[in-house]
Ligand binder design. Structure first.
Ligand code: NAP
Length: 475
């Protein structure tokens, strides 16, 4: 038996117990993980700082986000209506969501806490009743191990099955072995397009295919409408300089494509944005691989003769450090060169000046699936530009009016997902409490006596949850 066989066997055995643990106890377990993380905060932040180059303030904020996320899933399962109980009394058919089984979570490099070992994928899977095997991200192995120790302490304290969560380090062979293992029932991933596609290919090779929920690549196009630029172009330049440089641009929601109409106001905005970017200090990127990928991607984009760099040549400093940059091109150029639509992961954006509304719409329609798309507009002009919003609705999982796309709320209504290549399945979100739906499937109980039904479906509604009974919502 290989090590992965043993781990996945343990995950399956733990699942048989864990799936039956009552929601209140599962919720207490999630809360205990949060408390253990808070207790270890100093060490976690220090280690992550050493491994990721991310500043302390950001890492402290990410710890809070991670524990808040765990609490939100705890609250969700305590409340209980997320199981979507549906009851038809005649004939007696009742449906609810149940966990899928053991799942594999790949930690993300750019969120060492909130999207890694005890991050949103793990929290949502545990809330659903799935057991989890985490493949640590190789760029922050010590942080991942410390986080796993916090989870282990919570497992012991809450009397959960010992292998409810397991932690694996290794290279891509390990990742592949986990995805193709017969006991794996789902995969969560945040990272590169190549990585996400590779995991999907492994999953498709299996005798029993499984879903891979991969969040991969997005340039988060922003449309700047004329009146908005005329009335507050300078303020928008400040807002977007901050958004482009946040976390050294290493956010999946980084605004990489800024689209508007050729006009003096758009030109002034580009100059103000370029000047604001120029004032920022160099920032270190997460790891040498991401740094190299960023420099190569940007160089590839700038090699295109129809792209110019604004404001000045960019100088890069010591290992891993970068300064932000802004490139300029035309609507015609991006239509002729699809490569310009590719993500350059880091603090860089491409400004696209279109000659008219028709060209702008054609540019938007030609973009691939996105996590977000934004529109900067006055209330008055929104009505005249309705077609833009209609196209944006087809593009992305989240559309933002008059705001930057960075900063993703963890809340019930959030959608952090979108059509490929933003993710592999636009029907789901990886942020917010709806992320739980990735790890469940519906099961229908036909003609079961009350005593044999789960509490969520029993006649007296002992859990007091919202249910749809004979087409009427109630509790
Ligand atoms: P990555 O290279 O995709 O790696 C993420 C995880 O997937 C790692 O654990 C990696 O393990 C594993 N993996 C990657 N390819 C694999 C394969 N073929 N088979 C099995 N496992 C595989 O992502 P990264 O290191 O975080 O960053 C690289 C690039 O990803 C960035 O430059 C950026 O373009 C993109 N990125 C995007 C986002 C986003 O939110 N959209 C976030 C972070 C990064 P091993 O290294 O051990 O193989």
């Amino acid at each position: 038996m290989t090590q992965i066989d043993q781990i996945m066997q343990q995950a399956a055995t733990a699942y048989e117990q864990y799936k039956n643990i009552p929601p209140a106890q599962r919720a207490a377990f999630l809360e205990a993980i949060g408390a253990e993380i808070t207790a270890r905060r100093e060490g976690l932040v220090k280690t992550a700082g050493e491994e990721t180059n991310l500043p302390m303030a950001r890492l402290n904020g990410e710890i809070v986000r991670t524990t808040t996320q765990l609490q939100k899933f705890a609250d969700l399962i305590k409340e209980g209506s997320w199981v979507e109980a549906v009851i038809d009394t005649t004939p007696n058919i009742r449906r609810m969501l149940v966990p899928v089984g053991p799942v594999v979570v790949f930690g993300a490099s750019n969120f060492p806490f909130a999207f890694s070992t005890a991050g949103g994928d793990t929290a949502s899977a545990l809330a659903a009743g799935a057991t989890v095997v985490v493949k640590a991200h190789p760029a922050h192995p010590r942080t991942s191990q410390l986080m796993f120790e916090a989870i282990q302490a919570a497992i012991v304290q809450s009397d959960m099955p010992a292998h409810t969560v397991q932690h694996v380090t290794g290279d891509y062979h390990t990742g592949k072995a986990l995805v193709i293992h017969p006991n794996t029932t789902g995969v969560g991933f945040t990272g590169s397009l190549q990585g996400g596609k590779a995991l999907c290919a492994y999953a498709a090779e299996r005798e029993v295919p499984i879903p891979v929920f991969a969040e991969m690549s997005s340039v988060n196009p922003v449309v700047f409408l004329p009146q908005a630029l005329e009335t507050r172009g300078a303020a928008l330049a400040e807002t977007f300089a901050a958004s482009i440089t946040l976390g050294a641009g290493q956010f999946c929601t980084n605004p990489g494509l800024l689209i508007g109409l050729e006009s003096p106001a758009f030109t002034a905005f580009q100059q103000q944005l370029g000047a604001a970017l120029e004032k920022t200090s160099p920032q270190k990127m997460l790891h040498p691989g991401i740094h190299t990928a960023f420099l190569e991607g940007r160089t590839r984009m700038l090699a295109n003769q129809e792209v110019s760099l604004s404001p000045a040549p960019v100088l890069d400093f010591d290992a891993n450090a970068v300064r932000p940059s802004l490139a300029l091109t035309s609507g015609a150029a991006i239509l002729a060169n699809p490569a310009l639509k590719e993500e350059v992961f880091g603090p860089h954006a491409l400004v696209v000046a279109c000659k008219d509304k028709a060209e702008l719409l054609t540019v938007l329609k030609g973009l691939k699936g996105q996590l977000t798309t934004s529109v900067m507009a006055t209330e008055e002009e929104l009505g005249q530009w309705r077609e833009v919003i209609d196209v944006q609705l087809t593009l992305a999982g989240r559309i933002i009016l008059n705001g930057a796309p960075t900063g993703v709320e963890v809340c019930a209504a959030m959608v952090h997902g979108g059509p490929f290549p933003a993710t592999t399945d636009a029907r789901f979100t990886s942020v917010g409490t709806a992320a739980i739906r990735r790890w469940v499937r519906p099961v229908c109980f036909q003609q079961f006596p009350d005593a044999l039904l789960p509490d969520e479906l029993k006649d007296g509604n002992p859990r007091g949850i919202w249910r749809l009974t004979d087409n009427q919502y109630g509790r």
